[in-house]
Design a protein around this ligand. Structure first.
Ligand code: PHE
Ligand code: ZN
Length: 882
């Protein structure tokens, strides 16, 4: 039985640890760790309480209290805890020697080996797998770490903070001592030992500190680390410019490892990365990879302030560091690239990942009130919706006050383990506003819906917008049946004249283009409006809500053509397409191009748009051409979903766009062709050109598979970038036949020694929307490069199938569910975190039509009933079925 941890039960630790001296002697199977802990009773804790240190899969070798062996009965050791029954009620020192086996650590939490490299992962609770400890984020200590290892196997020895000493330790071994002067929670501890290549440079901070920055990768791959290294320097400069935050150590190291459960980790001064988010060369990485690397390097670096200097009091406050840091990395990417294009990408992620989560059985508030397994709360809700809350705060307060609030937050909470309340208090103090009602965003789960209707009164020359907000009732513990309370919703808006141009109407409720909806229902009246306008609402997606707004097709076409807000132009195209998709899917329409007036209106508008604007902003144009995804359509339909009908609807519309826009698309593709011999650049403009060219190829092929295949084959041969090569292969992968099979085989052969490229190849095949895909995936699980032990391989092959191939995961015969359940169970004994993540594919099971629903439920039950489940998987299975 797992116990439930509740926010309401939080109390401070009874003891604190001020200093930690670690001596780690690396060994493949018998690593020894001596921890010397300087402890003292916490004045805020319970006097005389026993000291209970967390542990997990540790072998205790020795323990001493103030240099003396502990007496009989003084300590008690269980698999998960070391208890000292009567600790001294004054400062004291515990010296604990433990042994761990990094080679047997397949959970990839604590100390493990990845391709022979020793590395650690401690967030959220991995430090207890290294030594017994008060493994909670509000216990902060100053760490000194001595790392000793074999000189041949581990020439590079890295720790947190600054290197203070290194030397020989016998004929075969050496050591390094690292000291981190900044007190930190144990989850930010890290060490690395191994044979690694290095690229490095220097950065001088605005405070004049000369920082050595370096990226460590597998030897031989140094050439692929330059982009990441440059992204570090750009992140440092941006955080100084934008938030006034400077780096605070003499060294900043990034290490890439190939076995990693998540994207990357912000350990103090020693960020450890999934190598997928570090390694890049034009030949092996796509434009999307470059963008992700830049964003994640920035994200981890930004944590140095939002996460490390100010950390979380407890894990319920996870959004305090994650939501804020996602917001910061989004801003960075927007500044470094294109703001509207990036905003669209953010919203697409939110809608594809967070909205379904918020609408399904795993829904939880951005700040949860209870958990069984904290590792299951690194979710789209905490990260992405958490970022949206910070963004709304900026919209509500305005950029200057927001920046002032951030400064205040960092100043008042520096060196502390803080809460969401501390964060909001800084903004309340800065702005003089009461943010109590706003704070409900953190407490109430579910995506709000805002229904809006507009009425024009020609006699009075007024235009009235009536808003009504509603929140789904989500059964979370804290809600306990209570009706949700109205949220504070910033609505950025404007009025557009039917013929284009903005209507300068006034309403005292609109300030700087923002109306704040604070109650369940409110109306907004604009005076002096000469003609009926078209409202452009939630500009820039100013709140994470669903909008119900009965605009006519013509009004949407007006917004697509004339809105001054690029996001809403894109949104207008999406909404027009969504209408067609939902209608066709609900009607169970056959697979042929749409011919009705709705589709025709959309293609005509897109034709004009492409003629007038595609060459000016190809990245934006490629997004306008991309239809809402199958999952988004499923969410819009909401119940009794037939994934095959959605796929047919989407494919039909793609065929139609390809047919009606074909000549234009081909012309654009030629006009945007890279001149031969042009140097590669991963910048946003070049990436945008490639994106539009490839969107064109994709649509043309949907309409004319034969012609498209020829173009794709030619592109595959001529491509000088992985972006173009993979796009061609993706296009081919949707056309059954020999050309596809040959192209896939050749690609697989060409990159057989490049795991990260093979991941793309696995993913692409796992996403083919055909009945044969299941057998293909099973076959690929036997591919020599595939391994259940490596999270990237599991994600690229199996999770791509289960999470990104709706028609095949939801096969009517249930075989997609069975495969997923089978892999979850096979994986659970090795790596519960990755297994639990895969199981979230069942999140939408209640939404599908009844036959599939029964089969999905049966597969879920099989998982739930399996003996010996990890807490991670049993938590997801239990909540999914509840
Ligand atoms: N804290 C990491 C981040 O930057 C994510 C992470 C969580 C990594 C847990 C590993 C383990 O978002
Ligand atoms: Zn993070």
């Amino acid at each position: 039985m797992q116990t439930i941890v509740r926010l309401a039960d939080y109390r401070p630790s009874d003891y604190l640890i001020d200093r930690v001296d670690l001596d780690v002697r690396l060994h493949p199977t018998e690593t020894r760790v001596t921890a010397t802990l300087a402890l003292r009773p916490n004045p805020a804790g319970a006097p005389g309480a026993p000291l209970i240190l967390d542990g997990d899969e540790l072998t205790l070798l020795a323990i001493a209290l103030d240099g003396q062996p502990t007496g009989p009965g003084a300590i008690e050791v269980t698999p998960r805890a070391l208890t000292l029954h009567q600790p001294p009620q004054r400062p004291f020192v515990l010296e604990i020697e433990t042994q761990v086996n990094p080679s047997a650590n397949t959970k990839l939490m604590g100390l493990y080996r990845s391709n022979g490299v020793y590395c650690t992962q401690c967030e959220a609770d991995g430090f207890r797998r290294i030594t017994y400890f008060l493994d909670r984020p509000d216990v902060m200590a100053v760490y000194t770490t001595r790392i000793e290892g074999n000189r041949e196997a581990a020439p590079v020895l890295l720790g947190n903070g600054n290197l203070v000493e290194r030397g020989e330790a016998g004929p075969e071994r050496h050591y390094a001592v690292w000291h981190d002067p900044h007190p930190k929670p144990a989850y930010l501890f890290a060490l690395v030992g191994g044979r690694l290549g290095r690229v490095g440079s220097r950065f001088t901070t605005m405070e004049g500190r000369d920082v050595e920055i370096a990226v460590y990768v597998e030897p031989g791959k140094e050439g692929r680390a330059d982009f990441a290294l440059d992204a570090v320097a750009r992140s440092m400069a941006w955080d100084e410019r934008t938030f006034g935050r400077a780096y605070d150590l003499d060294v900043f190291n990034v290490v890439a490892v190939s076995d990693f459960n998540m994207g990357a980790m912000e350990n103090k001064g020693l960020n450890i990365f999934n190598d997928k988010y570090v390694l890049a060369s034009p030949d092996t990485a796509t434009d999307a990879d470059y963008a992700n690397i830049e964003a994640i390097i920035a994200h981890e670096y930004f944590h140095n302030w939002s996460g490390n200097r100010v950390t979380c009091r407890d894990w319920f406050q996870l959004c305090l560091k994650e939501g804020l840091t996602v917001f910061r990395d989004q801003e960075f990417s927007s500044d470094e690239r294109s703001r509207p294009v990036h905003r669209i990408a953010e919203v697409r992620t939110l809608r594809a990942r967070q909205f379904p989560e918020d609408a399904g059985p795993l829904a939880h508030p951005v700040r949860p009130q209870a958990y069984r397994e904290i590792n299951n709360f690194y979710t789209a809700t905490v990260y992405e919706k958490g970022a949206e809350i910070v963004r709304m705060l900026r919209t509500l307060l305005g950029p200057e006050t927001f920046r002032g609030g951030m400064d205040r937050y960092f100043a008042t909470c520096d060196g502390k383990a803080a809460t969401v309340e501390d964060f909001l208090a800084a903004f309340a103090a800065e702005s003089g506003r009461d943010l109590t009602a706003f704070s409900r965003w953190y407490e109430q789960a579910g995506t709000p819906t805002v229904a809006v209707s507009g009425t024009y009164d020609p006699a009075a020359q007024t235009y009235t917008l009536a808003f009504r907000q509603s929140l789904p009732v989500v059964a979370t513990e804290a809600a306990a049946g209570a009706a949700p309370r109205p949220l504070v919703i910033p609505v950025a808006l404007g009025l557009v004249a039917p013929e284009g141009g903005s209507v300068e109407a006034v309403s005292e409720r609109v300030r700087d283009g923002v109306f704040v909806l604070e109650t369940a229902e409110e109306s907004l009246v604009f005076a002096n409006v000469a003609a009926a306008p078209v409202p452009s609402l939630f500009r820039g997606f100013s709140a994470p809500v669903k909008v119900e707004h009965a605009l006519t097709r013509d009004e949407r076409l007006t917004l697509l053509a004339h809105d001054g807000d690029a996001f809403n132009r894109w949104q207008a195209a999406q909404s027009l397409a969504m209408e067609v998709l939902v209608d066709r899917a609900k009607a169970g329409a056959p697979l042929k191009p749409e011919t009705g007036p709705a589709g025709a209106g959309l293609t005509r508008a897109l034709a004009t748009f492409l003629d007038d604007e595609a060459l000016a902003d190809p990245a934006f144009a490629s997004l306008v051409l991309t239809l809402p995804g199958e999952q988004e359509v499923a969410q819009t339909i909401g119940a009794e979903v037939d994934p095959d009908a959605i796929w047919r609807a989407r494919q039909s519309l793609r065929m139609q766009l390809g047919r009606d826009l074909g000549p234009r698309l081909l012309a654009l593709r030629d006009a945007l062709a890279e001149p031969p011999g042009a140097p590669f650049s991963p910048d946003a403009a070049s990436a945008g050109r490639r994106a539009l060219r490839n969107a064109a190829l994709d649509l043309v092929t949907a309409a004319d598979p034969e012609a498209g295949t020829a173009l794709a084959l030619a592109q595959l041969d001529a491509a000088t970038t992985m972006t173009d090569r993979l796009a061609a292969l993706a296009t081919l992968s949707l056309v059954p036949g020999e050309a596809r099979e040959e192209a896939l085989a050749r690609f697989g052969e060409a990159y057989r020694h490049e795991p990260l490229v093979l991941d793309k190849w696995f993913a692409l095949q796992a996403m083919i929307p055909e009945a044969g895909t299941l057998a293909r995936v099973r076959g690929l699980m036997n591919h020599p490069a595939f391994s259940l032990g490596n999270p990237n391989r599991v994600r690229s092959l199996v999770a791509s199938f289960s999470l990104n191939n709706p028609t095949q995961f939801h096969r009517p015969d249930g075989a997609g569910y069975d495969l997923t359940a089978e892999v979850v169970l096979a994986l659970d004994g090795k790596n519960p975190q990755v297994a639990a993540r895969l199981l979230t594919a069942f999140n939408t099971w209640r939404m599908v039509e009844s036959e599939r629903r029964l089969r999905a439920e049966a597969a879920l039950r099989r998982v739930a009933d399996a003996p010996g489940l990890s807490p991670d998987v049993s938590d997801i299975a239990g909540r999914s079925l509840a």
